[in-house]
Design a protein around this ligand. Sequence first.
Ligand code: PBG
Length: 325
Amino acid sequence: MHLTRRNRILRVSPAIREMVAETVLKPSDFIAPMFIVEGQQVKEEISSMPGYYRMSIDLAIEEVQQLWSLGIRSVLLFIKCTDDRKDNTGAEALNPNGLMQRSIRAIKAACPAMVVMTDVALDPFSTFGHDGIVQGAEIVNDATVEVLAQMSVSHAQAGADFVAPSDMMDGRIAAIRNALEMAGFHNTGIMAYSAKYASCFYGPFRDALDSAPGFGDKKTYQMDFANRTEAIKEVMMDIEEGADIVMVKPAMAYLDIIREVKNNVQVPVSAYHVSGEYAMIKAAAKMGWLNEEKAIMESLTSIKRAGATLIATYFAKEAATMLQR
Ligand code: PBG
């Protein structure tokens, strides 16, 4: 044969493949989620997330320093609220000495350069396990938004660099931006969970925080996974309301959404590679059915290739470690 074009030329050797690679992961692409609990020297493995832990603040600080030295530049904090502090108003979420506020202060004191992002939603604090205030069978929007705005200011006061509302209430980004402005936090950013789907892939996360909804599901606020156009609507509204970064969640089953969002916006896009996506790879690797390291790198590269500038992933540390060698 006399071919004018031989595509395999660009795949001949590892060096050529490296030269022409279109997508290259780096540690600062990753946002490392952290689950924080009360106590000291506590490190509990989450049963449905093997290799991932809930940690007390003292150990979380050490973890953050390690993540920084691996090149990771951001952590996303979640706390496990004790049952006695849960209610239907989100009072504990506003406690200036709550676990979240103490965690933020401790981490910023130990590693000031690390970008600290905080989850803003009521589910860890809710007796009902819902992201908002419950009246009857309804998760009420406007009253919830008021608490989320105050909660965001409280996180900013403790030193958070970005608040990350994950609740999917309407109008919360504008309310949060406004509350931050009123309180003088002009440099506190908002990473909005803009296209967050009602997904079964959050199961292990709810084990981690003991935050599964006590009744019903989250389908009246999180999106229907059948929808794509609606994701663009959510994203565009969050940007108009002041979101600095928009997020698509989950990631692997939603690569089409990540790309469509990327093609429509001028702000950084993040994707949340969620707990169930972590658990699937871990489980298959444990069974010997998948090569874990290869599965991690292929998954994260696909998410970046789809259009995510930032990836929140429980594999942040493992991937950053692999990238260092
Ligand atoms: C809560 C929240 C959830 C996740 C992040 N923030 C769970 C939910 O909405 O039920 C999921 C993260 C994961 O599964 O890794 N607002």
